[in-house]
Design a protein around this ligand. Structure first.
Ligand code: F6P
Length: 359
């Protein structure tokens, strides 16, 4: 038997731990394991490495992905250099399926977020054998209670809030922290609660400037001359539209979010007269060593995916449901974006201790 692994979309802490767990499980059964370079591109361009004991040594705590990744090379809309030197987009899915056949691959394990797994779903419908592993710091995949990478990103964001807290207090400033999360507010919500933010702004709850100002002023009357605001990058601006830093042609993600923190910061400074500073945490949240929780979750996902592949199963995604690892079908429903329920328990908990959502 021969099984392939690819990592697609944005990287996150714990991918290497998944690769290690899959490979260890398969090598014990005498299976050959191939790792494709840079996501689906590695299959189309026939670029892979053999994953043996040596290749996976020391991987558990290592951030990033040893296989490389990208969120551009969608096989259904694949960039090809035309004769005139310009990039044209072609459907290369047939070529990809042929290459898989030629390689005599028994199964492919795709480690990725909604983009990578939606592509996997379409390829399964065309006859490919693929198992999905849910990965993203955003924790926004409907089919699993948690993705690996999220816990580490929340820890990083919480540490940043802790650091901003001390300097905010010393200088009597408002500190705004913009965190990642794309269209969902999970990172902002969790790190905001963990770091003791005063205001958390997320895409799922519309905000009003006067409510944010009200919170900052009520803290002043209590003698607290500083405030911490955590803003998810996908939070809409005052015009109700998400703030786009850049549009990107040919990417799985058509635009790069970013800039809402600055907008909120300027509005707060104007309305309160308090010095307001903005920090954008950016890719710090994606890098570095996975937390112990993410190492364990990644290992559990990796072993479960390898076992499904060994049994010849396909069209499934491993998932965490409650405390158990299970498998769910790779469907539109399980690969769709999950967002924070505005009336959910976590929001209620935050509200109960006085955190404002700007509403
Ligand atoms: O999906 C993970 C993520 O880090 C998002 O939180 C963020 O919006 C996006 O990827 C950034 O992607 P890139 O690194 O391609 O700009």
């Amino acid at each position: 038997m021969k099984i392939g692994i690819l990592t697609g979309g944005g990287d996150c802490p714990g991918i290497n731990a998944v690769i290690r767990a899959i490979t260890k499980t398969l090598l014990r059964e005498g299976i050959e394991v191939l790792g494709f370079r840079d996501g689906y591109r590695g299959i189309i361009e026939k670029e892979w490495i053999v994953l043996d004991k040596q290749a996976i040594s020391g991987l558990l705590p290592r951030g990033g992905t040893i296989l490389g990744t990208n969120n551009r090379d969608n096989p259904f809309h694949y960039p090809v250099m035309a004769a005139d030197g310009k990039i044209k987009y072609q459907d290369m899915s047939k070529q990809l399926l042929e290459n898989l056949k030629e390689l005599q691959l028994d199964n492919l394990i795709a480690i990725g977020g909604d983009g990578t797994l939606s592509i996997a779903r379409k390829l399964v419908a065309r006859g490919a054998k693929i198992i999905g592993v849910p990965k993203t710091i955003d924790n926004d995949l409907a089919g699993t209670d948690q993705t690996f990478g999220f816990d580490t990103a929340v820890a990083t964001a919480t540490e940043a809030i802790d650091k901003l807290h001390t300097t905010a207090e010393s200088h009597h400033r408002v500190m705004v922290l913009e965190v990642m999360g794309r269209y969902a507010g999970w990172i902002a919500l969790w790190s905001g609660i963990a770091g003791g933010a005063d205001v958390i702004l997320i895409p799922e709850i519309p905000w009003k400037l006067e409510k944010i100002v009200e919170k900052i002023k009520s803290r002043q009357t209590e003698g607290k001359m500083f405030s911490i605001i955590v803003v998810a990058e996908g939070t809409p601006g005052p015009d109700g539209r998400q703030v786009i830093r850049k549009r990107i042609r040919g990417s799985g993600e058509p635009f790069r979010l970013g800039g809402i923190g600055q907008i909120i910061g300027e509005l707060i400074e104007r309305e309160t007269g308090m010095e307001t500073r903005v920090t954008v945490l950016g890719h710090i949240q994606r890098g570095g060593s996975p937390s112990p929780f993410d190492r364990v979750l990644a290992t559990r996902f990796g072993v479960a995916a390898a076992e499904l592949a060994l049994r010849g199963q396909s069209g499934l995604m491993v998932a965490l449901k409650g405390r158990e690892i299970t498998a769910v079908p790779l469907t539109e429903e399980t690969t769709r974006t999950s967002r924070v329920p505005p009336e959910g328990q976590l929001i209620q908990t935050a509200r109960a201790i006085g955190i404002s959502f700007g509403d």
